[in-house]
Design a protein around this ligand. Sequence first.
Ligand SMILES: NC(=O)c1ccc[n+]([C@@H]2O[C@H](COP(=O)([O-])OP(=O)(O)OC[C@H]3O[C@@H](n4cnc5c(N)ncnc54)[C@H](O)[C@@H]3O)[C@@H](O)[C@H]2O)c1
Length: 495
Amino acid sequence: MRVFLVGMMGSGKSTVGKLLARSLGMGFFDTDEEIERREGKSITQIFKDEGEEYFRKLEKSLLKEILNSDNVVVATGGGVVLDPENRTLLQREKTVFLYASVEALVKRVDPTVRPLIAAGEVEKKLRDIWEKRRHFYMEFPQVNTENLNPMEVVAKVALKVFDEDPIEIPNSVHPVFIGKGIFNRVSREEHVFTTKNVFRIYGDCFPGSAYILPDGEVVKSFDYVRRCYDHLIENDVSKGNTITAVGGGALTDMVGFVAATFKRGIGVRFFPTTLLAQVDAAIGGKNGIDHAGIKNVIGTVRMPDEVMIDPLVLLSLDDERYREGLVELFKMCLLSGRGYETFREKMKEILKRRVDVLQELITVAVEEKLKVVSLDHNDTGIRKILNLGHTVGHVVEVLSGVSHGFAVAVGIDRELRFFVRKGMIEKSLYEEVKEILSRLFESLEMDFSQDRVMKTLLNDKKATADSLIDMPLLLRPGEVSMVKVRPEELAEVIV
Ligand SMILES: NC(=O)c1ccc[n+]([C@@H]2O[C@H](COP(=O)([O-])OP(=O)(O)OC[C@H]3O[C@@H](n4cnc5c(N)ncnc54)[C@H](O)[C@@H]3O)[C@@H](O)[C@H]2O)c1
């Protein structure tokens, strides 16, 4: 595959192109830079010495040359679209136009390095150039780059480029599909619920009728459940209809609950957009809302009709959210043993969000979670092994207010350390896991008082000091059992 980016100077073709190439594991090529390299002088100098026509000839022949390569993302020069033959070539390729208004471009362009924009009157010159080229740019699928950061633009470009057939992830619990570009199908959905930030980035992928809710945990409340019920009644949604949630785990939890309870249950389809939602929250049918300050205290277990996972939307996640999701993904790899080696060997690619590696690992995590769910639909037994890192993680989260994903990472670390102390697992396993976790987070060290830890631990488990806590014991990747531990012993590794 070859991806070409076209657009005005300052539209971000080089920045976005490099990041896109990195995520897709492709080469990157900047035609302006390559011409400068070959000619041994700047574009401005080439224009001065040889004139624009000479430059355009070089550009055209370079474009043709690139068509002999594969697996490359190409940032083209702004004027490449002026030539009809170039446009015909680009039409046959995956070409995306990065749009930014002239007002936005003025702020980004440095006139000293742009031959067509000598200092002064930058805005007028940019506007003239835009007027000459706009019709040509418009011949290509477009991404509006305004109000988006570079990785958000990367995700949107990737969605323009891919249109894979969804692959079904085999399981016996509920249908889950994965594929690059399947997020584009959101536009075909009826009765879509999403959140503000997801809509800000991907708004043009949504049908006009999408119902937009706030981001984050706040939607997991009776207030927003009621608003959703009202919205469904206003829109005559009936028993045979399916509603769709497009967003993170908070949204899929709440909309899943709405679907489970409205008219005693209607269909629901999820397009999870965070890594945590793709590998965990949207999988396995648990839904719920918070109440009286208690998380997930109200909810049901009801399987979604379909879950549609597109790894490309993960490219727009902020780094913290992404790493949080990686912890859950890693947890599934530890529990199942599958994907664990990939984590060890391809950490660099994972941190660079290599989409093919992510797709492979997400598939493993979903399959493995659903294997566990299939043995325990109603969450009364074996499903508890999914709590690896969560017993301690919960205490860390409550006592320090750190993010859930970081708390679970600390939790996995401390729980394994606890079992090493008890002589129940090999120290080398703990060290290997710690090494991986410390590549996700700089430090996992935190201090708490014994007293507060015990209180939280006991309160959470509704246990007394001499009752025992059920915890997953990871013997080695892929081998796990449930054991009972004494709270005060566990507390010693948390403080
Ligand atoms: N039901 C279950 O089995 C289960 C399992 C685990 C967690 N959960 C629940 O999941 C929730 C946490 O989910 P979460 O971590 O997805 O958080 P979230 O739903 O609060 O979303 C986090 C943020 O990410 C943003 N976001 C979402 N997709 C994005 C994208 N593609 N690009 C950029 N930004 C994006 C959102 O706008 C939001 O601001 C918690 O409420 C937790 O209880 C449920």
